[in-house]
Design a protein around this ligand. Structure first.
Ligand code: SF4
Length: 177
């Protein structure tokens, strides 16, 4: 009986979380323009409960990282992520964010994938992803949240701990914060 009650509460909580994801207003380059377009009336992100973009990480539970992250920007991204309310989720939007994109081989200053520094739930690797693709990523995140138990979430976060150390050792240990 207890299991039934706990499972039902989990289901309701997850359903509520999935349908009221509040994104942090955060973009560093061209992918950000597509993210802004997603909020416009043509695409109507409000259908999925995510139209409330917040200016403060303390009021947001979804980080859509839209754009290139440089080593200089990395500590800021980590700080914003850590200031967000739990449970919090991350969509890596764009090839640059997922793996460095066109800068992966050629630039000394770009982090080759934000999953080296924060846990990523959904990868959206295009250049740039269109608003429809971002909406699809949000739908996929919603499905993930609905199925995930608290234990599974803890295991996910444990497995994807932030790795500051990687950031220091990558690039020959030359990265300064
Ligand atoms: S993936 Fe393409 S559009 Fe997005 S930030 Fe990188 S270069 Fe710009």
């Amino acid at each position: 009986m207890n299991n039934i009650i706990v499972t039902s509460i989990d289901y309701i909580l997850n359903w509520s979380r999935a349908n009221s994801l509040w994104p942090l207003t955060f973009a560093t380059s061209c992918c950000g323009i597509e993210m802004m377009q997603t909020v416009a009336s043509d695409n109507d992100i409000a259908r999925f409960g995510s139209e409330v973009f917040r200016g403060s990480p303390r009021q947001a539970d979804l980080l859509i990282c839209a754009g290139t992250i440089t080593y200089k920007m990395a500590p800021v991204l980590i700080r914003l992520y850590e200031q967000m309310a739990e449970p919090k989720y991350v969509i890596a939007m764009g090839a640059c964010t997922c793996g460095g994109g066109m800068f992966a081989e050629t630039s000394y200053s770009v982090v080759n994938g934000i999953d080296k520094i924060i846990p990523v739930d959904i990868y959206l690797p295009m250049c740039p992803p269109r608003p429809e693709a971002l909406l699809d990523a949000i739908r996929k995140l919603q499905e993930k949240i609905k199925k995930e138990s608290i234990t599974q979430r803890k295991e996910f976060l444990e497995k994807h701990k932030t790795h500051f150390i990687n950031l220091h050792t990558e690039n020959g240990g030359q990265n300064e914060f």
